[in-house]
Design a protein around this ligand. Structure first.
Ligand code: TMP
Ligand code: ASP
Length: 247
């Protein structure tokens, strides 16, 4: 990795300059954090699993007509992506009450919502990623109305599709977080694409039969078995975890 120019180190990934102009490499680490970096640890092999799950999800979503930043997986822990300008919002979809929604409204986790919710948080660790209403987003010019509608439309479509995919392997998609970016389109301007990752780090998956949590809540809540849970999600998705090129 040492010959690559590092652009940014996040909590779970490192971004390097890509081999071609306007490309980046996402390197998936085993590091895990929760509660905005208050809790830190590692989940062995998580980077490899999340790289491969993200690859599968991005490819399927592209087939569905969702534009994404993903180009190709390069190795166990790296994927090549278009460089985008990330919109500093976390776009969250919820199908069943859990996590912060349960806490905020004093509702027990597990209540299935009559219809999915799409909400936004401002991507700012120092502020604890606060929930942000749509009128604040527009008034603060974090994105424009067209982008806001597009993000909501894409997220709703992604939710419908992924709920089906996970239901097919016995997992209930409770909620998830997405990030979008602006991809420059020559002198034509830019358009929105799905960026970042989709993995058990940023979604909740509960086993339909046992109710077991199969996502990062195992780490957040000290439940144990996080490696096995991530591996099981990959296995059910038909992903091979045989190491290809670990240094
Ligand atoms: P929450 O219930 O804690 O608000 O989380 C909702 C979903 O978003 C859940 O699937 C976990 C994911 N998430 C992230 O990916 N990153 C974050 O920083 C937070 C707070 C949640
Ligand atoms: N992603 C956030 C963190 O790393 C919060 C979380 O996933 O729980 O702290």
């Amino acid at each position: 990795m040492s010959d690559k120019e590092m652009l940014y180190e996040g909590k779970a990934k490192i971004l390097y300059k890509g081999p071609k102009p306007n490309t980046i490499i996402q390197y998936f680490k085993d590091d895990a954090t929760a509660f905005n970096n208050v809790k830190k640890g590692t989940i062995a092999g998580k980077g490899i699993i999340n790289n491969k799950i993200t690859e599968l999800v991005m490819i399927r979503l592209a087939q569905l007509g969702i534009p994404t930043h993903f180009l190709e997986r390069m190795s166990d822990r790296e994927q090549l992506c278009h460089e985008v300008e990330i919109i500093p919002l976390e776009v969250i979809a919820r199908n069943t009450v859990a996590g912060s929604m349960a806490k905020t409204f004093g509702i027990e986790e597990g209540l299935r919502l009559r219809r999915p919710i799409i909400e936004f948080s401002l991507k700012d660790d120092d502020l604890g990623d606060p929930l942000i209403p749509e009128n604040h987003i527009l008034a603060l010019e974090i994105c424009d109305q067209e982008e806001l509608i597009e993000m909501m439309d894409m997220t709703a479509k992604i939710n419908d599709f992924l709920r089906g995919i996970f239901a097919g392997i016995g997992l209930e998609l409770i909620d998830f977080k997405l990030e979008f970016g602006r991809l420059s389109d020559g002198d034509e301007g830019h358009f929105l694409v799905l960026a970042d990752e989709f993995s058990p780090d940023n979604c909740r998956l509960w086993d339909f039969e046992t109710g077991e949590k199969m996502d990062k809540d195992r780490f957040r809540r000290d439940l144990g078995g996080e490696v096995e849970a991530y591996q099981e999600v990959a296995r059910r998705l038909g992903i091979s975890l045989e190491v290809e090129d670990e240094e």
